[in-house]
Design a binder for this molecule. Structure first.
Ligand code: PMP
Length: 350
């Protein structure tokens, strides 16, 4: 099987996404919610499934999900597209809004899938670094100097947890001619969303997801909110039945009961506590301030800490050899994490 001629250049060197494997009693590696869907809603979901005609295709417009999203987040359902996770929408946008070679600006570190999908779409990705002088004003100047047609960034940022406040984001949007793809996957943990304003701009797409604060990562539901022209083109590009009927049912139910299901406030607060505890426990590390449900830290012994935690049954995410990202779990999980971290370097976990 050495017929590389069937593999295009843009695929060469790419590897399948490789999440952490193995079984861990505590999962703090994927920025998910630690909370299951409330039992009462799960019962209602199971009941609703009996009504579902699985011999039929799902609603291609996801009308009930869009309506529930719109009531919860106060946007017009006509300005919303639902995706099979926001991942699907990122892929779609980076494909359908650019011609081959169009430049897309990314400031690193950033969510790795932006680069992956942009390269697959044969966009020309140009990078700048989020160093200590980085700001959205700087990013805007960078995009202009480099002739970018678009920029994409997460706010709050995965992996650093840093957030740009609403005014800074709006100033950026107004001063750039780029299409601004603003990924608010973690905005339920913070309060600086520009979601409701997105349709007022000709150059903005805001992304959201039910995978984080709503605890529905397994259902794969994401959203794009933008003006009608951008939304129309996303609808042209997406596959007609991109969201299955089971996920549509569940997403509608979760959004209709948003106050019960959205754990953003509580988990955002817990991540702030995690930030303080890590700062106390590791005075030599650089612990990044967070606006999300996780904390990013730079420490020379990141690899040892990662292995130690894994040996103790706690999964976190390692970046290179020097950075760790740890996500907020339940109160009990955090107690165990802190107790385990306190013992780091003092004993053999086995
Ligand atoms: N955007 C960001 C910034 C993320 O961190 C993630 C998931 N890790 C996604 C999008 C994808 O989320 P979804 O589950 O909605 O595809």
């Amino acid at each position: 099987m050495s017929e590389m001629r069937y593999i295009p250049n843009k695929m060469k060197g790419k590897t399948p996404y490789d999440p952490i494997s193995g079984s861990y009693s505590i999962r703090l590696d994927a920025n998910e919610s630690p909370y299951p869907i409330p039992a009462e809603l799960l019962d209602r979901f199971c009941e609703a499934l009996k009504e579902e005609s699985l011999n039929r295709y799902p609603d291609p417009t996801c009308a009930s999900v869009r309506n529930a999203f719109s009531s919860y987040y106060r946007v017009d359902p006509a300005n919303v597209v639902v995706g099979n996770g926001s991942d699907e929408l990122i892929n779609l946008i980076l494909n359908c809004f650019f011609d081959k070679g169009d430049k897309v600006g990314i400031a690193t570190p950033e969510f790795s899938m932006y680069r992956f999908y942009a390269e697959l779409a044969e966009d020309a990705v140009v990078f700048t670094e989020k160093d200590s002088t980085f700001s959205l004003d700087r990013f805007s100047a960078f995009a202009k100097e480099n002739g970018c047609r678009a920029v994409i960034f997460s706010n709050p940022c995965n992996p650093t947890g840093a957030g740009f406040d609403k005014e800074e984001v709006l100033r950026f949007i107004r001063q750039t001619s780029c299409l601004c793809i603003i990924d608010e996957a973690y905005m339920d943990f913070w309060d600086q969303s520009i979601l409701t304003l997105a349709p007022e701009f000709e150059n903005v797409i805001v992304l959201r997801t039910l995978s984080k604060a709503f605890g529905a990562a397994g259902a794969r539901i994401g959203f794009a909110v933008a003006n009608p022209l951008l939304i129309r083109n996303l609808n042209v590009a997406r596959s007609p039945y991109n969201v299955n009927s089971l996920s549509q049912r569940l997403a509608t139910l979760l959004l209709e009961n948003g106050d019960l299901c959205n754990h953003g406030k509580e988990l955002g607060q817990r991540a702030k506590e995690l930030q303080s505890r890590l700062t106390e426990l590791f005075p030599d590390a650089r612990v990044f301030p967070t606006c999300a449900n996780f904390v990013f830290m730079e420490t020379p012994n990141a690899s040892e800490l990662f292995r130690y935690l894994a040996d103790c049954g706690i999964a976190v995410r390692l970046f290179g050899n020097s950075h760790l990202r740890i996500c907020a779990g339940t109160e009990k999980e955090m107690d165990r994490l802190y107790e385990t971290l306190t013992r780091f370097g003092t004993e053999d976990p086995s």
